[in-house]
Structures are given as C-alpha cells and as structure tokens.
Design a protein around this ligand. Structure first.
Ligand code: PBG
Length: 328
C-alpha cells in the first residue's frame, strides 16, 4: 500500500516502461484487406478511406512487391465486380475476379497467407449477403449452397483460408463438409462468427459497392446490444468446426474479444473495420489527434483485449512509421 507501493516506479523512464510492457504487436499480427476490381492499370483511392486503394490485378501484384507484404500475417481479398446478378453465380465463376486473383497471387507469392472473403453482397443487385426469396426475405438454407460453391471456387484457385462473412446459420458446417468432399480438407475456415450490424461498415460498402439496395442487414448480423447471443454465435461456429473465430468490428466489441479469448482455444481475429479506420484518418487530417499515437493505442487495445491477429487498414502506415522512424 502507498507510500511503500508506488506504481509510478514502473514508469520512471523509457527503458523501464519498455521493459515492463505487457502487450506487444508485431507485423505478423496484421492482415491487410485488398479490394480487387476488373480490368488493368487501375489503382483508385477510395474517397472515404484515404490511403486505401482498389486495385486491378496487375496493380495489386505491383503493390505486393512492397516489402510490407513479406512481413505481415496475410492478406484478405474482397472482389468488387462490375457484373452482378441475383443468384450469386458471378461470385462462383472459375474465372471470376477473386478466382483469377488467387491463382495469380499464389503463383507470384506462394508464401503469403491468402484469405478470401466469402459473401455474395458485392455480387448481387440487391446487395444482401444471401439470396432473396419471394417474400423479400433472406433465404438462409438456399444461400448455404451458393456460399459453398463460392468457397470451393476460391479453394480451387488456391486460397489458403476461407472466410465466410454472410452470417447465415449453419454455413460453417456446410462449407466445411463441401470443402472436404471436394478434396480441400487442408484449407482453413476463418468464421466471421460475431459480426455485428454496424454503422462502421459505411466506407467499406462504398469501396465494395455492397450497400443493400433495400432494407438493412439486421435480420442476419448481430445487434450490438447482445453479448450472450454473440457467445452463442461463436460457440456454434466452434461446434461446426471453424478453425479460427472473428469478432467484427473490433473497437466497440472489445469485451466480446476478451470473452472469446477466455472461452475458446481457437485463434481469435478481430476486424478493425473501415469506419474505425476512416474516423482516425478524418480526425488526423483535421489535426485533431496524432494519427500514429492513436493507431498504436487502438491496435494495442485490440491485442490487449485478446485478439491474436487483427485485420486492419492501418498496416501500411504502421510499416511506414516504423521503417521510416518517428514522424516518417
Ligand atoms: C460483406 C462484408 C462487409 C465487411 C466485410 N465483409 C460489409 C457488410 O457486412 O456490410 C466490412 C468490412 C469493413 O467495414 O472494413 N459481407
């Protein structure tokens, strides 16, 4: 007790503070999202996500020459197709955007872990994550078949990790079974298990052209009020043999990350989503916060909550800051 106990001794100088750090991050903790567009020579900055681009495949390959890609944990691909339908078939096509991207990336960079987002929202006119039935509702069980086809097409193209983000019930078990029966029992499934209906996806939907054309996603994504329900979602995906679990978004759900860490032995991923990124960028640009310190604090908080790996748009900036020295 004070005055014998003085916790300020822990903070006396930089060396001591450094020595006593409880939480660290390293570049392999970060997974970088990439948006792939059709065509060539396209490298388009997303207006609501400064510093983040949509790439055509040729440009993505050039981008991946950057040494950061040899140090990070992996990349996760999102397709931004021009052609859409209402069946999700375009998402499964052997020569689709993501399928081509997987083949090419694997040829050039076989050692970078390649994750693909499995969902149909960017591939459908209505922009929902599942098929729509006659009554205008998302048809869970019919959607599973399409998702499994998408997953198999990604696995055939070389994806290492399949990440379904649709929030349909039963999809992890269904996709696992289909992958295995098509000879892909060596591919991992990263389940977007506790994915909340969030205002923080706004910039992503602009980037991916995946905004729902009618209604919203609240009949499949989780309400932010519900912690126990989130734990059931995580438990379900564990029961269905997910290899890794994800909580998304990260910052408003640090309690769920912590609880998942304590309950499950699986690797826990957190998705530091687009709106979380854009808020930091906007405030930094306005001169209201110091970007580097804010980003470091955010990423440490996600790790401290218990995430093993973080999907984040900040990775390139961190790399630049670290390699370029302070203020670089
Ligand atoms: C699509 C999907 C979304 C994100 C990842 N996959 C958006 C959504 O559900 O509307 C969001 C990622 C981000 O905001 O960075 N199912």
């Amino acid at each position: 007790m004070y005055p014998e106990t003085r916790l300020r001794r822990f903070r006396r100088n930089d060396g001591i503070r450094q020595m006593l750090r409880e939480t660290e991050w390293q570049f392999t903790d970060f997974i970088v999202p990439q948006f792939v567009v059709p065509g060539t020579k396209r490298r388009e900055e997303i207006p609501s996500m400064p510093g983040i681009c949509r790439f055509s495949l040729d440009q993505l390959l050039l981008e991946m020459d950057d040494p950061i890609y040899q140090t990070i944990g992996g990349i996760i691909l999102f397709g931004v197709p021009e052609a859409k339908d209402n069946s999700g078939e375009t998402a499964c096509s052997e020569n689709g955007l993501i399928q081509q991207a997987c083949r090419t990336i694997k040829r050039h960079y076989p050692n970078i872990p390649l994750i693909t987002d499995v969902c149909i929202c960017a591939y459908t006119h209505h922009g929902h994550c599942g098929l729509i039935d006659h009554a205008g509702n998302v048809d869970n069980d019919r959607t599973l078949k399409v998702l499994a086809k998408v997953a198999i097409s990604h696995a055939e193209a070389g994806a290492d990790i399949i990440a379904p983000s649709d929030m349909m019930d039963g999809r992890i078990g269904f996709i696992r079974h289909e992958l295995d029966s098509h000879g892909f029992n060596d591919r991992l499934i990263l389940a977007y298990s506790a994915k909340f209906a969030s205002a923080f996806y706004g910039p992503f939907r602009e980037a991916a052209g995946s905004k729902p054309g009618f209604g919203d996603r609240r009949s499949y994504q989780m309400p932010s009020s519900n912690r126990r329900e989130a734990l059931r979602e995580l438990q379900e995906d564990v029961n269905e043999n997910a290899d890794m679990l994800m909580i998304k978004p990260a910052l408003s759900y640090l309690d769920i990350i912590r609880e998942a860490r304590e309950r499950f032995l699986h690797p826990i991923m957190a998705y530091n989503v687009s709106g979380e990124y854009s808020m930091v960028k906007a405030a930094a640009r306005a001169g209201w916060i110091d970007e580097r310190s804010a980003v470091e604090e955010i990423l440490l908080s996600i790790k401290r909550a218990g995430a093993d790996r973080i999907i984040t748009y900040h990775a390139k900036d961190i790399f630049r800051w670290e390699r370029g020295g302070r203020g670089g």
